[in-house]
Design a protein around this ligand. Sequence first.
Ligand code: NA7
Length: 489
Amino acid sequence: MSETQHRKLRVAVIGAGMAGILAAIRLKQGGRHDVVVYEKADRIGGTWRENTYPGLNCDVPAHAYTYSFAPNPDWSSFLAPGPEIQRYFENVVDNFAIRPLIRFNQAITSCIHRDGRWNIETSGGLHDEADIVIAATGVLHHPSPPAITGLETFAGDRFHTARWDHSVPLDGKRIGIIGNGSTGVQIVSALAGRAAKITHIQRTPQWIMPMPNDPYTDEQREAFRQNPALIDQIRYGEQYTSLVRRFTDGVSDPDSTQMAEIETVCRNNLEASVQDPELRERLRPNYRAACKRLIYSPDYYQMVQRPDVEVVVGRIERVEPEGVRMVDGSLHELDILVLATGFHANRFMRPMTIQGINGADLETFWSRNPTAYLGVAMPDFPNLFLLNGPTGPVGNFSLIDIAERQWAYIEQLIAQVESGKCRAVNLKTEVMQDYDQRRVEAAKKTIFGSGCASWYLDANGVPATWPWNYDAFATQTAAPKLEEFELIG
Ligand code: NA7
């Protein structure tokens, strides 16, 4: 559609992280000029702004964790470090000139649908009215501190990984890390050798997928610059795409050969990497690989075999001024206590009052569990779309790719409104219900539902994620089925 054909719509994007930046750029490229992005913080970047812990990197290959329209020949290594990803997003925002669209320090407090438009209030006292709202608020942004007795009595420094206190010196300190998700594992690898001692406290051992992380040489980067097809080979080539396919085929069918393959690689990694049989058994999980989000690490098993790293597996009794007391009575004395205990993964854009039509209220709609059709749309919230919303694919592959697919789907719905065919598109309730029913049934059968606790599970213990494979997601988001939406005139 040409620019002049557009019915002029005001679009409000919530969040200037990876997905919000994507939406803003695409809206601008589509000739839409009435676009505003509300950002709660004073900088863009989302998770890459919030997380600054030592060792932070993305466990998806850098060239795949890149917008399709903004390839980056300069990535320093196969897996990009967090600060470099933050710089990438800053550069993209400037290169595509969307910074002027962003209102910083404006958390949205409410979005209420009134007289055909979304009435928006911000913490900074702004009021806005938009035809379309894009909630690009991210998934893991509310830190989850652990409920451990005595946490506040700890005499040393203590912080959650997403609130890293960079004023605290680390070298030569006794550092305890509670939690061994991707975050805890990356921190142990980064601090081993710097700290006097690392104590890695884990309630549940994790499977580790080996993942080499070689730096790119100057020659390789120059080659990427000269020949972007080399970047495409990494991003779209058979090696990576078949890996993603095999992984999602495996996740959706725990009895598949693909899943057996993943398990074999993880088991061999443990057997071959950890020499001491007692430590090896301590590190051995008692559930299936990929049940929790798989940890990718080039060197975690090597690091925990250092004499200055101790792995403590068990339950914590309490935190005392000196350190962490385990249920077995042992006390691990520490100078610094790092809480790598993850996030409330079910919050999404909450806390935010969102009220649609027909009395719909988001808190009520999500009271059983957060859901959105294809992670994108919800009934009775017309013209409100989510990027990386609940039930979308999360896993060990690129969320940028997922968001781009979702955006292409959303843009086709926006086009319906712009064309003048209707004022709003509203997902039909029965479509949502049917999707949810099928999704929940399928989710219970995925590897995520095979008997472990993780942030993938909802309050009912059902995996909250996309339960089918990658191709199913690509196919279903390729084009909206208009009959699934009520076109409100
Ligand atoms: P995760 O993957 O949610 O990991 C949290 C870790 O914290 C996990 O090992 C938990 O053990 C542990 N935890 C949580 N509460 C406690 C208490 N009370 N006592 C002991 N241990 C506890 O968070 P991450 O930040 O590592 O990763 C989040 C995602 O960010 C990651 O998956 C990537 O997508 C990026 P548990 O396994 O529950 O026994």
